[in-house]
Design a binder for this molecule. Structure first.
Ligand SMILES: *Cc1c(COP(=O)(O)O)cnc(C)c1O
Ligand SMILES: [Zn+2]
Length: 405
């Protein structure tokens, strides 16, 4: 029994393979690389019931993760997040079997912790001492904190407009943090140059292969939590699309292991913001890659990605599962965020709220049926975004009588 059954890296575009014991970023053709496992042997060595008694973190699936040596694991206890029934909001939408996988409770307050935990652990195993990344906020926060725990130094560049809390998370971790008067694409160019000149490891979204593996665990957990069944629909707020690619990859691997039905895939939904919808646009036109979305803008900053490196993988997952893409306006997602808090007591992030709003919309269009089992990914904690809630509260003088409501 090995700790990991990783076998190699491969390119989903040109099929070139690479050694997973060496440091690699993109394929020579420019595509992101994916991780391959020896599923044939694993199928013999590993049974799904073996997992049920393991620790409640994403490392319970270590055979399907790329870290070879247990001692390389850098963890803050991430993963195995709750799958909650959303009874009231489900009835309200006409989807009685609505559920939420709540990533708001993971370390660093967003599901970026999953990618960072696995990515940083593998980087440590490969002997990396310095990493660099551009970020819209949450990824930088997660990677700099996990890097700190690993003793790896990090250089993070984010737009001045990125949420202040993520800036603080990077700063307090001791990262070399820089703000840029511009967009994440500007930050990306600066990091790219530093990587060339100083040889630090580029951990930009999908430029290293292991972040997907961390995010994949959302799909593994979901299947386990549903007693190795898959739901009818999964809605995912999509920026770079790493989580959606990961969930799709996880379910395919579980099918190959024979742990879930090889006939049934959930219909995957890529939820985007009206102010930044390149995947939606490409899906609507039946294309296999997206076009850069100029002047993108949305309060759901985690899904403000004008051109994703893995767009072709996201689109492929949508087509392969009879899924779709939808857009939601900022106003609509804010209304939904409040409704979810009032009805369910869950303070979801704007990106998660967008996915709930999309479920409501798709039910209205009958794309989601009343008896569908539907899972929404809430990718982060609402409390990371204090400024998105518009609050008007009466302020009283001491001794004043409370007004009746
Ligand atoms: C990064 C992020 C997303 C988008 O994730 P991708 O996997 O890159 O599409 C969604 N929600 C939140 C809160 C995020 O931080
Ligand atoms: Zn290639």
């Amino acid at each position: 029994m090995n700790y990991s059954y990783v076998s190699h890296l491969y390119c989903p575009k040109c099929s070139q393979t690479y050694d997973s014991d060496q440091v690699h970023n993109l394929c020579q053709c420019g595509s992101p690389l994916l991780v391959s496992y020896d599923l044939h042997t694993l199928k013999k060595d590993w049974k799904r019931d073996d997992v049920s008694t393991r620790e409640a973190s994403l490392w319970r699936y270590h055979e399907l993760l790329p870290v070879k040596d247990r001692s390389s694991v850098i963890t803050l206890g991430e993963g195995m997040t709750p799958l909650l029934t959303m009874h009231k909001s489900g009835i309200d939408m006409g989807i009685p079997q609505l559920m939420m996988k709540d990533e708001g409770i993971v370390p660093t307050g967003s599901f970026k912790a999953r990618g960072a935990a696995v990515g940083v652990s593998k980087a440590k195993e490969l002997g990396i001492t310095e990493l660099g990344m551009p970020t819209n906020g949450n990824a930088g926060a997660a990677w700099s904190l996990y890097a700190a725990r690993a003793g790896i130094s990090s250089t993070i560049v984010m737009p001045v407009d990125a949420p202040k809390i993520t800036r603080n998370e990077c700063a307090i971790s001791g990262a070399h943090l820089f703000l840029v008067n511009g967009l994440i694409s500007d930050a990306g160019k600066m990091v790219g140059q530093a990587v060339q000149e100083r040889g630090m490891y580029d951990v930009s979204t999908l430029k290293e292969p292991y972040r997907i593996e961390g995010k994949k665990t959302m799909g593994l957990e979901l299947a386990e939590q549903l007693q190795w069944q898959v739901p009818d629909v999964i809605l995912y707020p999509t920026g770079g699309g790493v989580g959606l690619i990961g969930i799709y990859k996880a379910l395919r691997e579980l099918q190959e292991l024979g742990w879930i039905d090889s006939e049934k895939m959930p219909r995957l939904v890529a939820v985007q913001s009206e102010g930044c919808a390149p995947i939606y646009e490409a899906w609507k036109n039946g294309q296999t890659s997206s076009v850069f979305w100029p002047n993108s803008e949305t309060i759901a900053f985690g899904i403000n990605v004008p051109k994703a490196l893995g767009d072709f993988l996201v689109l492929d997952a949508l087509y392969e599962t009879d899924g779709c893409s939808v857009t939601v306006s900022d106003d609509t997602l804010l209304e939904e965020q409040q409704r979810i808090a009032e009805m369910e007591g869950a303070f979801v992030c704007p990106e998660g709220a967008a996915a709930f709003a999309a479920a409501r919309q798709l039910r209205k269009q009958d794309w989601i049926q009343e008896d569908d089992q539907v899972v929404v990914l809430n990718t982060g904690a609402g409390i990371k975004y204090p400024d998105t809630v518009d609050v008007h509260v009466p302020t009283l003088e001491p001794g004043e009588t409370l007004p009746t409501v």
